[in-house]
Each structure stands twice: as C-alpha cells, then as structure tokens.
Design a binder for this molecule. Structure first.
Ligand SMILES: [Zn+2]
Length: 435
C-alpha cells in the first residue's frame, strides 16, 4: 500500500462512494451470481429503467458519469473518434493514454464541460478515482487533473502532477486486479483519506465479457467477483457510517452487452459504393464503436452526408441511422465533423448460455479482441442499454423506481448530496422516494 497521507475529506460531512461494475447487465443480477447486489436491491433505491448514453462505450460513459452531460455537450463521442491534428481526419482510440492530449490539440479542450472532480475543487473538496479499465476511461473522469486518478498506465494528482503509485502500476485487468484495487480503495482511500467523492471502476465483468460468451462459466465467475468487490466497498462504507446519513453509496454499471453475431467492414462497403475514396482516406472516416459507428466528414456540409445516410438506411445490418436533427435526439452534436451515426440491428434470441440478444459490430482494424460469440456494446440495443443502478444512504428510501434514469443523472445526484449546485447538467438529481 502507498505511504499514509493526510485525511482529505470533511470530518463527518457528506461523502459519496461510487462503484462501477463495467458492463454488468441489469438482467444478469440474480441470487446465484450476485448475492450482494440481489440483497442490496431489496434495501436500496433501485432504478429499473436505467439507461446508458450513445455510443454506449466505456469512455463516453465515463465522461457522462463525470459531467452529468451527454456526448453532445461533453464532446467525447465514443471509444474511438476521428480527429484532425493538421493532416486530415484520422480515427483514434480514446482509450490510449495520449488521447486526451490529442483531443486538446485538435479541439482546444479535453471535455467541453466541467467534471465532478473540477466542481469539487471549486469548493475546496477532493475526488479520488481508482480504475482498472482502459487509460482513456480512467482519465476521462478527470482529464484536466483536478483530483486524484489512479491507473496502471500512470497515476496523477491535482495539476496532472504524476504520482508514483506502485500498487496501481501493478494492476492488470481481470478479477485479480479488481480485487487488489478494491483492497486498496477500502483501506487507504475510504478509511484513511476519506475524500468527499471516491469512485472505483472495476474491469469486470466487461473484461471477461469481451473474451468469453455472455453467461458462460467464465463470465458468471467474473460477475460474481465484481459482486464481491462491490460488497467489500459497501461493508466498509457502512462500517464508517452505520446509519447511512453521511455517505451516499452508489453502485451501477456503464452499459450492458450484446452477443456479437458478425462483423461488418463498413470502410469496404463505403469504398465499393463510391462513397469513400479509399482505405485510409481522409474524406469520410468511420469510427467503429462496437455495435455502433460514427462517421466523420472532411466537408461536413457537403452532399456526401445525405448520400451516406441514405446508403446506410438501405443496409440490412443497420438498425437506425442518425443524421441532422436526429443526432441531437440521441445526445450527439449536430455541428461537429461527425455527421452520421448508426446503431446496428440486433436480434432478440438466446445465446448457448441462455443470455438474450445478438448484434453485429462494425469491424475495427485496431481491435483484435472482438470475436463472434463474445460480448460487445456501443449501440442502442435493449441489452447494452440496460445498465443497473442502486443507491443506498443519503436519504434514499428503498424501493424500485420505474421512471427513466440515465448515467447523466448520477453527477447531479452526487452534487445534491454534497450541497453543491447541479442545475446546469443534462441530467437531474434522482428521486429519493419511490415513484
Ligand atoms: Zn464499459
């Protein structure tokens, strides 16, 4: 464990602790795989119609949880984005550690709106985030260094000052890494440092869901492991605050998953249709986002945009095409180089392990992991848009909430508990009484 540091939080004041179980579908929560979450569902506020953002990818979700805004306002448009850094549009992975700097060079900023970490700093409070997901998903919770972010690719304190943190540097994705992170999060972050906001983002069950069939023994083991990590954090929280008056405990996922049915080479289809100049050309650039894709245009006001939207609408693997004002309806900007987005066409059937939902993906040359029969996400399919959310403490009455909720409602809920302004976000603070 790292050297002891001074207590950072208020003594006895309001605090928030968040645990994200990456990719855990609400319908895969049950007594066998997730005894803790099943039990918590009875004593906590449970949000039954909770939704992700679009694209339903971890990095865009991390930015939406951090800002309370959809991608249209925070500007991180998925796990991949095309950027023009002076040599034309090129698709880049937002997961790479250097991506926040590339985004800043291309657009002048990282995220376009403040994060929870920044808002807490305005009030002299500290946030601490521990994440075992991609560097991009970790850093987009606090890309400009207002609080602490601990990650295997590098840990940072306020001012993006590098922090030597061997325990994070040693973490690997998967259950063993998640367990080591949980130990450290509970002992050092929650018990000793006690910041106003502490977030822990587990790699599971996402990591295994990308490498094994959904519902397989490996996937169920990963789900059970994430459940145990969430229990350990909850037990620590309630030991520190038995009545639940001060510490608000939030646990949820960022999105669910669908089973991959096939891979679509969208670049090749566009080139064959005469709608893209060639492989690697900068005129039209596809940013694959799993079961969704976004398309960027060197000339966003040209006739190519409606021609490509029309072409995509005629493809049988396309679920829905968003262009023009329809982009705003799904939380995407209407005035960027990204002018067309698609969610792929899912099928409601069971995989060999009894888990419903298949969907094609758009092939990503930079992604060697996605395989037919394994899990993926990114689109608007019913199962990938089925994250879970439970909240306990802080005046939340137990019970099932039937009204719609979204990842963007988490930040305003956090700020309300901390007595900070939260009226300038897309999301709304969640109801404390059952509806
Ligand atoms: Zn995720």
């Amino acid at each position: 464990m790292a050297a002891r540091v001074a207590r950072e939080g208020p003594n006895g004041g309001p605090r928030v602790v968040i645990v994200i179980c990456d990719s855990l579908r609400a319908d895969l929560i049950g007594p066998a795989s997730t005894p803790f979450l099943s039990e918590l569902a009875r004593r906590a506020a449970r949000f039954a119609a909770h939704r992700s953002v679009f694209p339903s990818t971890t990095r865009a979700s991390a930015a939406s949880i951090a800002t309370g805004c959809h991608p249209a306002r925070h500007g991180l448009l998925g796990n991949t984005m095309a950027l023009d850094e002076g040599e034309g549009l090129v698709c880049r992975s937002a997961g790479h550690p250097d991506f926040p700097d590339r985004l800043r060079r291309a657009t002048g900023r990282t995220l376009q709106v403040p994060t929870l970490a920044e808002r807490l700093r305005w009030h002299g409070e500290t946030s601490v985030s521990c994440a075992n997901v991609s560097p991009g998903a970790a850093y987009f919770q606090d890309p400009d260094g207002h609080g602490f972010v601990y990650h295997a690719a590098g840990s940072y304190g306020p001012g993006r000052r590098p922090v030597d943190d061997p325990s994070s540097a040693a973490l690997k994705k998967g259950l063993a890494g998640d367990r080591a992170m949980t130990e450290r999060f509970c002992a050092e972050i929650l018990e000793e440092r006690a910041p106003s906001l502490a977030i822990m983002w587990l790699s599971e069950p996402d990591y295994t869901g990308h490498h094994a069939p959904l519902g397989s023994a490996q996937h169920r083991t990963a789900i059970a492991g994430a459940d145990q990590c969430a229990r350990q954090v909850f037990d620590t929280v309630r030991r520190l605050d038995p009545a639940g008056n001060d510490i608000l405990f939030i646990t949820g996922s960022d999105h669910g998953m669908e089973t991959i049915s096939r891979a679509i080479d969208l670049d090749a289809l566009l080139i064959a249709a005469g709608l893209k100049e060639g492989p690697g050309s900068h005129d039209v650039v596809v940013a694959p986002n799993g079961t969704a894709a976004t398309l960027y245009f060197a000339e966003p006001d040209s006739g190519r945009v409606p021609r490509i939207a029309h072409f995509l609408a005629g493809e049988n693997w396309v679920g829905e095409v968003f262009a023009g004002d329809k982009l705003a309806a799904v939380g995407l900007p209407t005035n960027s180089a990204m002018r067309v987005a698609v969610t792929l066409a899912g099928e409601d059937r069971e995989n060999p392990h009894g888990v419903r939902g298949y969907c094609p993906i758009v092939q990503d040359p930079a992604d060697s992991e996605s395989k037919i029969g394994f899990g993926q996400h990114g689109g608007l399919g019913p199962n990938e848009q089925r994250p879970f959310l439970m909240i306990e403490g802080g005046g939340f009455a137990p019970g099932r909430r039937l009204g719609a909720s979204s990842l963007v409602d988490i930040a305003p809920t956090v700020l309300r508990h901390l007595h900070m302004d939260h009226d300038d976000m897309d999301g709304l603070a969640l109801p404390r009484a059952a509806d």
